[in-house]
Design a protein around this ligand. Sequence first.
Ligand code: MN
Length: 717
Amino acid sequence: MKKLIFTGCLFAAIAAQSASKYADYESYTGFTVDSVPELPAKEVHPSLWFKKADVAALKAKKDQDKTAARFWAEVSGSEFLTLELPSVPGIDDGKKVIHKYYGTMSQIAAYNAFMFWMDASPEYQERAIAALERAYDGPIKELDPKEKSGPVDEIYMGTWLQNYAAAYDWMQPFLSPQQDEAIRKQLGDECNRVAINLYEWADRPHNHLSKPAWGVGSMALALSDDPRALGWLGMALAAANDNTRYFFSADGIYREGAHYMMFSWVNFLPFMWNYYNVSGVNQFENFQPLMEWGIAVRNGKGWLPNLEDSYIRPFPGHMAAGMYKEASSWLNSSAPLSDILMWNFETTDWSPFEAYLEKTGYNYSGASWDFAMSLVEYLTYDPTLGRAAPDVSPTVFLDGGQTIFRNSWAPSDPAVRYLLFQGVAEADNHHHAEHLSFILFAENQMMASDGGYSRGTYSGKERTEWYNQGIAHNVVLLNGEAPVDVAEGQTPLSKHRMDTTFFDFEEKEAPYPNGGLLRRAIAFPGESYFVVADIVTSPEKSEAVQVLHGGRGAMTGAGVSRVWNFSDDAYGPASKLYTWTFGAETIENDEGESTYLKDDYGVFPYIKAKAEGKEITFLQILFPASTDQAAPVVESSRNGNQIWATVSGEGMADVLMVQPGSDKVEFQGLETDASFCWVRTKDGKPVEFAVREATYLKKAGNILFQSAELRSEARRL
Ligand code: MN
């Protein structure tokens, strides 16, 4: 092995020059990989994706199961195998023509080179070599990647490098010495140009730094005998680490959102496979938290949330599963992570992504013009893996700040109830003002919602004045402002977690810029509906606005109750979300835009519950239901800021209460000093209850709960 102690370029020195309000890219909880680059003693081809000895198995894979056959059909039917090589664009041909040119040429090279190993037809060889010989012709070096939304942005360059790295690796044994020398020079020059400009083109450690870095890494592996290769790889590892230590949480949350996770995946996933195959270095171990996050956060249809600048996304763990055959995971007591990732793959509802591809020509990768998706899917797919659902509690508390309330892991089951409670320390890219917001999925439909990325453009006013603002989220605004972090990089505080089979609970806390504080608790009574209990405090009399976006449905109702009626659409079947909001002085109807998939935007109703004071309490009931399911009977009363409600329906008689302090409160025959309380009765007798910060709970004078100090607990009697 060639080794070198490479002094990585830590971002701090460069970042210090920028005027960002964020300065600390070093101390967040994310992960890094070993930054010492390792190259093989001798360059061997092929080696990035497979070795000569693996070819027979790779050819046989297509007959092993339906999925392999499907990926094979996509590879062997790829347009890049027959498409005429496009002519060289001019510098003034515009973004679409120039960007597509490099994406297309590099994929023509990769697909044909791969197919030549599967089927030694000389046409594949000719086309692959022709594309490689023309690599990076045209205006690429004359265009400035720093030009905003330009045709040759560095975020595309990483993918082009990886396509050419694979193509060269596969064709090298069939090149004449003259062809080899010329192609190596072109690829090496471009790799070097990207490597030395990584920190020049990206002013922060976001995906614009790491995506090209992973591309440089793959090319360094393809040209490992080049004397510069060790330096390229070292630079790539350092730059990738600068991204992952800041944008990932220790438990795998990618803070730029699921869309940019996927957009980064198209680069780190190929690099990780290449590095393992060429040098034996296994970074999949470092990335395991991400793989587990993808499972933990998926809704009942397998979709990742559209929080931050994101659309809904599937989780593409099937491309990594083969590397986790021996990996035990907190998600399952016995099955390896590989099997959980394959369960995720098989239980994901792909229909909206397939329909979107059909309609627009864009796949879910975010890199449709560049990423050789079906090729990577075929190469990485392992038909021998098992399938295993998670067997851990379906309610998951992630220390990075996402909590997922869920009653079951069952896929595409209308009985599944899911609520994601968001409180992740904000990062400096693609951030939305969504602290302590939530999204709700039930009846196989996306209900209470996050507005999403935008209708289409990053810099448009619809995004900067709506989508990334607090008002487009299920947050509580104080004097128009959303909650913020206590300090940079510090996860909002979570407290009073409860996870039982009959009741789950968590409180998150976040301050306001004016010195106020939001204590928001989410409860999951009977694991069938949700309760939001807000306590807002402010140093001076202020206006609190509790925002509720029920989702992409028609809204009816008045007073304290609203119903969102969902019709059968791309995201789920007809269903309902019944809601009640207590504690407000007024509740206003409004409407605003929402996007789950790019360009599929629409205007939908939401409500703003308003109250003024220095101490404000809201109690909200969110009751998902099928179209023919009646609403429960919900009634409420209050004594100042102590609010209680009863929820009575089929098989259920619940009492709920929230108050800001620890005063004695009497309601519905109950007495407690809890700051939150839930009691379920059957035939008039209490059967289950939960309290937050209580020393006692009594029903008709009988003690249900007693503690010497304030305790938070759920109990079945
Ligand atoms: Mn958002």
